[in-house]
Design a protein around this ligand. Structure first.
Ligand SMILES: [Zn+2]
Length: 181
């Protein structure tokens, strides 16, 4: 694995995300019927939060606001604000690639990540964020080297890993983190 230290980035924000948010219904194994069979996705085009039946997730759902597809078969490029919105409002786990244009390993990892998006959607939301253009996010999430991948579920970090991977390694890593949750 190859990664590059993020020495050139100044962090302006160093917030630990310790907010206690309510668990999204459906992630807990409760007795009796689930309270809701709804899920949520943030629109990659207009950032509207769409709520719909979980069963429709595999039915290429469209945004109620702008009518574009909520899943596009490719990673969504986000900024610091839309990153937080996806992490907090997605009913499916969220994978984030923190990268930068000057990072060689990041560039070689990009097509691997895009290919994986086609396979993993709609059960996983894939995001990518340019840490040079959006340094607030890199600081907030404590990114020390790139590429770094972070995996979130229900607004909380599950795992992170630094360094480029091939597609098989990426798939195995994600599956390992999500197993048993
Ligand atoms: Zn939309």
């Amino acid at each position: 694995m190859i990664s590059i230290e993020l020495k050139s980035v100044e962090y302006h924000v160093a917030l630990a995300d310790e907010t206690h948010r309510p668990h999204i219904t459906g992630n807990r194994k409760a007795k009796g019927p689930p309270m809701s069979d709804k899920t949520r996705l943030v629109c990659p085009h207009c950032n509207t939060i769409n709520q719909f039946a979980t069963a429709r997730l595999s039915d290429q759902p469209k945004c109620a606001q702008c009518k574009n597809a909520l899943m596009q078969g490719e990673p969504v490029a986000v900024n610091s604000q839309s990153l937080d919105r996806h992490i907090q409002q997605s009913g499916v786990p969220v994978l984030v690639d923190f990268w930068a244009p000057w990072c060689g390993p990041c560039k070689s990892f990009a097509p691997v990540y895009s290919n994986f998006a086609r396979k993993a959607e709609p059960n996983l939301r894939l995001l990518k964020i340019d840490t040079e253009a959006h340094q607030v996010a890199a600081g907030k999430y404590g990114i020390r080297s790139i590429p770094t991948l972070m995996l979130f579920k229900a607004g909380k970090e599950i795992a992170r890993v630094s360094g480029a991977m091939n597609e098989m390694q990426l798939q195995q890593w994600v599956e390992q983190q999500l197993t048993g949750l």
